[in-house]
Ligand binder design. Structure first.
Ligand code: ADP
Ligand code: MG
Length: 385
């Protein structure tokens, strides 16, 4: 184990030398659902050492004997694997708290949840009023720390919540016409997207729940939120601090939290025309995501971000100057074996992505900070002139 620690340390050091970092990949196992129990599921996931996952295929769940034998006991290892007893707070602390600290230093960060429909993505990201998820806990942390650190209480949090459905981008906080993506200095932005200024954590949960209700629902499954919609929450945190030379520094950091559409194959959905068009488009976005991941892993010069709306919006998160975390959600049931295997495969692949060194967004004021009375005096002097 010592040797492994040393190797990990060496890897981390070489990352520093190369001035790049890698995507951190976590896996969260959810508890067995009642429905799954009733269907006679067996648990096919075993988590060991808080980072190793053993995936077992049971002979009864398939009919290709050779394939079963080969796949039996497949092993994956991640930055951490969370058993089904892990609390929302633990998931937040281990996956996202560090990114939030980075955001306060002016470094952009992004977290995305990947997995099949029903695997626990929305629970992890949004959660419930009793058990709020990563989105809410991150904003809570941002508020607390900015209140403590900001100069003269100068801080602001702005939220935007958008959806990519069927290659169309929509504002979830102010539903209406589809939004157009534009390229500007900061990268790709959705023109006209609502920037909602939040003043407390309390209002955030209900705002996001409302936003989630605006996610496109499938006509055939009215009571469920869509499994084909990608939701992206962007949190911009801006505040002023004094640096060691007592000048005022304006820090801006952006945190993107992404609840991806279900990763199950389009084959598993029904084949009616509309559905299959939508399926094809979801495939386009997730397919584009997987091609980008492949191209990044292989160190290709050209990364095909332009192939879908989702990858255009995630460009900065995947290959840009940003700290990125991926959370793969899985069910314990052997009935979801294929989906789980697929999810773990992509999660394993994502571990190899190297991102560029993170830049710091900050603006330094030339004048040193004066105390309040002095600055009033200065203002008055300026007025007189
Ligand atoms: P997804 O967004 O991936 O389709 P959901 O987050 O909606 O899946 O989860 C499906 C169901 O499982 C929901 O009823 C959710 O409350 C429940 N669930 C998911 N993860 C957990 C968890 N870690 N603990 C308890 N319940 C969970
Ligand atoms: Mg969901």
């Amino acid at each position: 184990e010592d040797a492994q620690d040393q190797m990990e340390q060496a890897n981390q050091d070489s990352n520093k030398v190369n001035n790049s970092s890698r995507i951190l990949v976590f896996v969260r196992l959810r508890p067995m659902a009642k429905k799954e129990k009733e269907a006679g599921s067996r648990c096919c996931i075993r988590i060991v050492n808080r980072k190793d996952i053993y995936l077992t295929e049971f002979a009864s769940s398939g009919n290709d004997y050779l394939r079963l034998k080969r796949l039996r006991g497949r092993h994956f290892t991640f930055d951490a694997a969370f058993p089904d007893s892990t609390t929302q707070q633990e998931v937040y602390s281990k996956t996202t708290a560090e990114l939030v600290e980075g955001v306060l230093q002016g470094r952009n960060g992004s977290v995305f949840c990947y997995g099949a429909t029903g695997a626990g993505k929305t629970y992890t990201m949004l959660g419930t009023v009793e058990n709020p998820g990563v989105m809410v806990l991150a904003i809570k942390d941002l508020f607390t720390m900015m209140r403590q650190r900001s100069y003269d209480g100068n801080h602001a949090v702005h939220l935007s919540y958008l959806e990519v459905y069927n290659e169309t981008v929509r504002d979830l906080l102010s539903p209406g016409r589809p939004l157009v993506l534009r390229e500007d200095k900061q990268g790709i932005v959705a023109a006209g997207l609502t920037q909602y200024r939040a003043y407390s954590t309390d209002e955030v949960m209900s705002l996001l729940q409302q936003g989630n209700q605006n996610r496109t629902t499938e006509p055939t499954r009215v009571n469920e939120t869509s499994s084909r919609s990608h939701a992206i929450l962007q949190v911009v945190a801006e505040y002023q601090v004094r640096d060691s030379a007592m000048s005022l520094v304006n820090r801006v950091g952006k945190l993107s939290l992404i609840d991806l559409a279900g990763s199950e194959r389009a084959l598993a959905t029904d084949q009616r025309t509309l559905r299959s068009i939508e399926g094809a488009n979801i495939n386009r976005s997730l397919l584009a995501l997987s091609s980008c991941i492949n191209a990044l892993v292989e160190g290709k010069k050209h990364i095909p971000y332009r192939n879908s709306k989702l990858t255009q919006l995630l460009k900065d998160s995947l290959g840009g100057t940003c700290n990125t975390v991926m959370i793969a959600n899985i069910s314990p049931s052997n009935l979801s074996f294929g989906e789980t295997q697929n999810t773990l495969h992509w999660a394993d692949r994502a571990k190899q992505i190297r991102t560029k060194a993170c830049e710091v967004n900050e603006e330094r004021f030339q004048v040193p900070v004066l105390d309040l009375d002095q600055s009033k005096l200065l203002l008055e002097l300026q007025k007189e002139n």
